[in-house]
Design a protein around this ligand. Sequence first.
Ligand code: SF4
Ligand code: SF4
Length: 341
Amino acid sequence: MKKIAFSQIDNLLAAIAATQKLYMPVETAGQYNYGEWTPGTTYNPDVLHTVKSAKSVFFPQSEDLIRFKRDGMNLSISPVAPEDEDFVVFGVHACDVKGFAVLDRVFLYDPVDAYYTSRRKHGTIFSVMCKAPEETCFCGAFGIDATEPGADVDSWIADDALVMRANTEKGEKLLESLGSLLTDCDDTAADQAKAETKEILGKLPLADLNTNGFGKDVDLLTLFNRPEWKELASGCLGCGTCTYVCPTCQCYDVRDYNTGKEIQRFRVWDSCMYSDFTMMAHGTNRPDHTQRFRQRFMHKLKYYPDRYEGVFGCVGCGRCLQKCPISMNIVKVMKKLGGEA
Ligand code: SF4
Ligand code: SF4
């Protein structure tokens, strides 16, 4: 275990940023999102959730893939190379760390996503345990221990210090590079901080939420055909906000943009809640709004666990509970269809 006085955290961040890019929660217009550290950026330990999750560092909302340019009869095609510089993402909480495990199963395996894979290879994740989980948090329902995020480096704010432990080779390399900024310590302060957070987690309103009624052991068609989907979907605006703030949603669209000088082919986050999602020449696969609504929740609670050894496609971060304009969310779906109306 290593530690640094919390008053020295800006020095820690500056030392990391001196050798590689550093992403962390950054405030812009009163909202926190992951952005690049610049001199003067400080870490605010009181901010629990960024609006968009840390997913945006590895899978950006929009990124260029290929550029096409025509010059007379010549056509040049220039693929945009995946990013290959090392970087650190600081301040990630357990839910977002586990969100990467959900994305990894999709993007790291055949067909491999070169852009995401390269960022995962070059990125070191530095978690900070959440000190004050909110009433919308329910990571425990999916078996996630908020006090042990399992990032390359895990850290805990305890006794006016940031106490940290490397879990991987990348994490060890990062802590070694910080040299004399860090001092050795034992587990006592971190254990105390974990116990305090566990106590808060145990008292949260969603502490007893469970996944009964979902997962790979329930019958797919029975869940799919439940009549309650229609009522649950009835108020949903199809705005897609829930998918944009979600650390595990992974749908995207690929589009071309004519700049007047060249064509930029880029990919951009998409949402299964949209009526034109995966639109094809014959139309859309899910013309009815209830079908689109059901797809989002079936994917997280049934299709994903069916495909990936029972692992759920939700990490209980609670962002969709906070941001949905009509207060519809995955917890209401789990309660209604799981039997606890
Ligand atoms: S579905 Fe909601 S609670 Fe679950 S990971 Fe996505 S935003 Fe978080
Ligand atoms: S569930 Fe809420 S946030 Fe998601 S699309 Fe419907 S209205 Fe928008």
